[in-house]
Design a protein around this ligand. Structure first.
Ligand SMILES: [Zn+2]
Length: 345
């Protein structure tokens, strides 16, 4: 398990959290805000360890004391990771009730009980309302950490009771380097996965390990056909994409949605590359550099404005997907949107 010194790319967040501990000004709730796969949960667990470590060294947990060891083994009675239950999409009110039962008592062993809600935007409305009551008068020595992609997806009354800790997207070189060094992904593939992942290590890991990655050229060809072809082709593509599933889901999403999110990322990279070409950007910044002749050819038929519209169609679809809307409808609507953009050029 990582301690603060092992976490890369989040220096500001970590300096802030170390400062809290050094000054003993621990608040009752923190909002860790940033995209998935940038180290929010890892940082939250490192924070829980340092908060409770019996022998901290150089502003970091010792990794030796019982508290550190128990957290590391996942059996500390006061450290809770609250996630959607297996096969469910949401964090339920029962899970929030369970938190309420815990905080009715002092922590068993810890100086601070730490409860990590991941991702907080997956609380049902009922659960969020119940949680808000808990946040209104939290007993001392209880710390909540709410992981969230976009604080706008939470109740403003919850957001206003939390201290915000922003997490940045990770640098592309850092991600590529990690994939080659730690996961033995070949250099070319690591570089492309890192670029497509837009700053999320988690997403880069899925991408590098997903068959979608090898099939990228195929799917981009299908996208071009659908956008320039008949409605039947387009609806077929939407249906086919909506039934793909990841064999090894890695994130918080359902296997099917995770796959669609990857597909959307690939589509977006295509329009983003055309935009780059259109604006005369440096060619070495192209994501899909292996398909550059197709990109050059196709970008000629779009205006800059149209490409920006296409990217926003996909961004909206990604957002809808995060909010658990119907995947087939999302795919159909975004493909129709992209067709419309292509028609207007
Ligand atoms: Zn320790």
């Amino acid at each position: 398990m990582k301690t603060f010194k092992d976490i890369r790319g989040q220096d500001k967040a970590i300096a802030f959290l170390r400062g809290i501990i050094a000054n003993e000004r621990v608040a009752s709730a923190y909002l860790f805000a940033g995209m998935e796969g940038v180290g929010k949960t890892t940082t939250a667990l490192a924070f829980a360890r340092l908060l409770n470590c019996k022998d901290p060294k150089d502003e970091d947990a010792c990794e030796q004391c019982d508290s550190c060891r128990k957290i590391c083994d996942g059996n500390h009675p006061d450290i809770h990771l609250i996630e959607p239950e297996k096969d469910k999409k949401a964090i339920s009110i029962e899970q929030i009730r369970e938190i309420e039962r815990h905080i009715a008592f002092s922590p068993v062993l810890a100086r601070y009980r730490v409860m990590i809600i991941d991702p907080a935007e997956r609380m049902t409305d009922e659960a969020a309302n119940a949680f808000l009551k808990t946040l209104e008068e939290p007993p001392p020595r209880n710390v909540f950490i709410l992981n969230v992609r976009d604080p706008g997806d939470l109740l403003p009354t919850i957001v206003s009771r939390c201290q915000r800790v922003p997490f940045k997207p990770l640098a592309t070189e850092h991600i590529a380097d990690f994939l080659t060094r730690e996961e033995h992904v070949d250099v070319e593939r690591a570089r492309l996965a890192a670029r497509l992942a837009e700053g999320s290590l988690g997403r880069a890991q899925w991408l590098a390990s997903d068959e979608l990655f090898e099939e990228r050229a195929h799917w981009l060809g299908r996208l071009r056909n659908a956008v320039g072809g008949s409605f039947d082709i387009l609806l077929d593509l939407a249906r086919e994409c909506s039934s793909l599933e990841r064999t090894k889901p890695a994130g918080n999403m359902e296997p099917r949605e995770e796959k669609i999110a990857l597909m959307m990322g690939i589509w977006k990279s295509w329009y983003r590359d055309m935009l780059l070409i259109k604006q005369g950007g440096a060619r070495d910044l192209i994501f899909n550099s292996d398909l550059s002749s197709h990109l050059e050819e196709e970008s000629a038929s779009y205006t800059v404005h149209a490409l920006i519209s296409a990217i926003s169609v996909i961004s909206r679809a990604e957002r809808d997907l995060m909010n658990n809307r119907n995947p087939l409808l999302i795919l159909e609507r975004s493909l129709l949107g992209l067709k419309e953009v292509a028609r207007l050029g």
